[in-house]
Design a protein around this ligand. Structure first.
Ligand SMILES: *[C@@H]1O[C@H](CO)[C@@H](O)[C@H](O)[C@H]1NC(C)=O
Ligand SMILES: *[C@@H]1O[C@H](CO)[C@@H](O)[C@H](O)[C@H]1NC(C)=O
Ligand SMILES: *[C@@H]1O[C@H](CO)[C@@H](O)[C@H](O)[C@H]1NC(C)=O
Ligand SMILES: *[C@@H]1O[C@H](CO)[C@@H](O)[C@H](O)[C@H]1NC(C)=O
Length: 661
């Protein structure tokens, strides 16, 4: 399977001291793919070669480097030097797909086997930057996809900056999903094993690189851990091909999909419009307005309906008879009512807090403290339910099952779940290498049992769950700082890390600073039309009759395409294909298509090109190769290699979209 390590001629050995390098090579038999490892003495680097062209290079940071020895292993080779060891193994060798793994060992041994305080610290620091640095494409332009959900969701993702970012689910920067998967336009993906304590550093200490760092540091388990750092590199024919291999071998696919009801008619949430000022009267008035204006769907009662946070019990002052309210809502036409649920208990919320604490339901740290904070508590005035404990999951599930029965509510919106909400240095019912992400995955797995009307917002290797994953709260902004354009880029990011069942956040954004004006509201609705579900909170009748009319047009257009959305959901369940891929999905080698960040596909037939720029009444639209019918005018565009339509007219009532013939 592999060519004996270097073919080092005497001449080459000699040259090593002149131009300072030695090379080793690993060959795939069923393709022209090769891996060439070069020891430059001061650094070690490997390159992936396809058809004699380098398509990717990775620097093995502070690995051995210099005077490296190579020995044969069953499927590859082991490079060793300076007490460190790197194993490179061929894992898959097929004609259209190659895969190898890189395993770095003895990292921890190096931390602790050496020396006294100061020197050890230096070594630790040195080892902290033990990292494999992936060239993001400097010499030849390469586009990167995948990665983590972020506030500034650039797309493609090579421009994003990360400073030693702990690669876990966390509230900071909206990182509620952080799958260890990156894919590029050359058809290469990198997948880091979930048990590596991973940090990423991009355009920070090494401009032009994304460095994958393994580090024994919080929020990972810092006590018992000796870790391997292993990742896999897949080489497909193109990005689409490579991605489908990654789905099959690593990412997985949903085991089912959300109920058609959540797709066809909008969700109407109380959150953005009313925030915490909700009660029976407000909900009834909101509901009546929705019906009076000719809409219907799902009514979602968001924050704040409890006696106190964590009681999971209706506040009777605000909701004297919840069953009566839900009955009325069903009767006037809402086919489901959902309720906002969070996994926190606030300290002043008695007797619920004391009871749960006594039962040991809270996430506890090594100082035996359960104190933590969230957005509805003061500092250290709350606790976080620990779903890695079987008892907590059981109790929560039982309680919420009873609540469904007694309240007439149909399902739940499950908030939070990120691993960052616990007290620092917490203890989990988990093995060392499951820290801290088991907190997230056990929570979302537990609550997803409530079925096909559920939404969650965080996840960790939970692509198999059959429920909607909501984007983290978007801001009422026109910018890439978590504003309207990121509705599209976040959609693409989530789809390309294996979460195709994406629930876009509320139309118009959350209005945390300002409320959306009519233009933003309608542009947001249009951008959302060919995404899986429409979620309103601000309403068209806050503006004028034109806003109501335009809203009906797009709510109807979404309903009209619901059968196709459901078909794509089923396809995602079958094959793991994205529901809303980037437009390069149907033209993987088209460099223009790869960079378009304000268009997206629904399945493979609909291309949406919403206006996401303030005051714009036209936009350029890029169509990849194909025959496309303009969804507005019926005009047909036939292009063999892709083309731009310049200045496509798009006044406030127009969403540019095209149907592939
Ligand atoms: C990414 O960086 C390139 C080069 O610096 C720049 O031209 C491009 O506009 C950037 N894209 C985004 C989305 O920031
Ligand atoms: C990228 O290319 C520029 C110009 O060729 C060069 O100066 C720079 O060092 C390169 N950066 C990396 C990270 O290779
Ligand atoms: C930790 O807290 C629990 C519950 O408050 C208490 O029963 C236990 O004794 C404490 N343990 C330590 C080591 O302080
Ligand atoms: C810890 O987790 C395991 C496996 O997930 C589970 O079987 C066990 O009941 C849990 N222990 C506790 C105390 O909840």
């Amino acid at each position: 399977m592999w060519n004996n390590f270097i073919v080092l001629t005497v001449l080459f050995y000699t040259l090593r001291f002149i131009d300072g390098k030695t090379q080793f090579e690993l060959n795939f038999e069923r393709s022209t793919n090769r891996i060439v490892i070069t020891d430059y003495y001061y650094k070690l680097e490997y390159s992936v070669i396809r058809d004699d062209r380098e398509i990717q290079s990775v620097t093995l940071g502070t690995g051995p480097g210099g005077f490296v020895k190579a020995t044969k292993s069953p499927h590859g080779l082991i490079l060793s030097g300076r007490g460190d060891e790197i194993e490179m193994s061929i894992e898959v060798d097929e004609s259209g797909y190659s895969q190898f793994s890189v395993t770095r060992r003895n990292i921890r041994q190096l931390f602790i086997s050496n020396l006294d305080g100061i020197k050890r610290l230096i070594l630790f620091h040195h080892r902290t930057s033990t990292e494999d640095c992936v060239d993001l494409g400097n010499a030849t332009k390469v586009n990167w996809f995948g990665g983590n959900q972020q506030r500034h969701q650039y797309y493609p993702i090579q421009n994003m900056t990360h400073k030693h970012n702990s690669y876990v689910t966390k509230a900071v920067q909206n990182q509620a999903i952080a799958e260890r998967y990156w894919l590029n336009s050359n058809g290469i993906f990198i997948r880091v094993d979930n048990d590596a304590p991973l940090f990423i550093d991009q355009h920070n200490e090494n401009e032009g690189f994304m460095c994958l760092q393994a580090k024994r540091a919080l929020p990972y388990d810092i006590y018992h851990r000796s870790f391997d750092f292993k990742y896999h590199v897949g080489i497909g024919l193109n990005a689409r091909d490579a991605h489908m291999q990654a789905v099959k071998r690593f990412l997985g696919k949903p085991s089912g999909h959300p109920d058609e009801k959540m797709v066809e008619q909008p969700i109407w949430s109380t959150w953005a419009r009313y925030k915490r000022d909700v009660n029976e009267g407000v909900v009834m008035e909101f509901a009546q307005e929705i019906i009076n204006n000719g809409f219907t769907g799902q009514l979602e009662l968001d924050d704040d309906w409890e006696i106190c946070y964590g009681s999971l019990t209706f506040n009777k002052q605000k909701f004297p008879d919840i069953k009566d309210l839900t009955d009325k809502l069903h009767t006037i036409g809402f086919n489901r009512i959902t309720l906002w649920i969070h996994p926190f208990v606030n300290k002043n919320c008695e007797p619920y807090y004391t009871n749960a604490k006594r039962k040991g339901h809270f996430l506890t740290n090594r100082q035996n403290s359960t104190d933590t904070s969230w957005w509805n508590s003061e500092k250290n005035e709350a606790a976080y339910l620990d779903f890695t404990k079987t008892e907590v999951s059981k109790w929560f599930h039982q309680h919420l099952t009873q609540l469904l029965a007694s309240s007439g509510v149909d399902s739940y919106k499950f908030d939070a779940g990120e691993s960052s909400w616990g007290p620092v240095d917490f203890i989990l019912n988990a093995t060392s290498n499951e820290y801290p992400m088991k907190l997230t995955s056990d929570y979302v797995r537990s609550v997803s049992r409530f079925g096909s009307l559920v939404e969650i917002r965080s996840g960790s290797a939970t692509q198999d769950l059959p429920v909607f994953v909501r984007m983290i709260d978007k801001d009422t902004e026109w910018s890439l700082d978590n504003g309207l354009p990121t509705l599209i880029t976040t959609l693409l990011e989530l789809n390309m890390v294996g979460y195709p069942l994406v629930l876009p956040d509320m139309i118009g954004g959350n209005g945390y600073n300002v409320e959306p004006d009519k233009e933003m509201f309608l542009r947001w609705l249009q951008a959302n039309t060919f995404m899986p579900s429409l979620q309103f909170s601000y309403v068209p009748w806050q503006y004028d009759q034109e806003a109501i009319d335009i809203s009906h047009t797009f709510v109807n257009l979404h309903a009209q395409y619901t059968p196709y959305i459901m078909e794509r959901f089923k396809q995602a369940v079958m094959t793991g294909e994205p529901v809303n891929p980037p437009i390069w999905w149907i033209a993987p080698k088209d460099p223009i298509a790869q960079e378009v960040n304000d268009e997206f596909l629904l399945g493979e037939l609909i291309l949406a090109a919403p206006v996401v720029t303030q005051d714009a009444v036209k936009r350029d639209v890029y169509l990849p190769a194909g025959i496309w019918e303009d969804g507005n005018t019926g005009e047909v565009h036939n292009t063999e290699s892709g083309k731009w339509i310049r200045d496509y007219p798009a006044p406030l009532n127009i969403l540019p979209y095209f149907i592939k013939k």
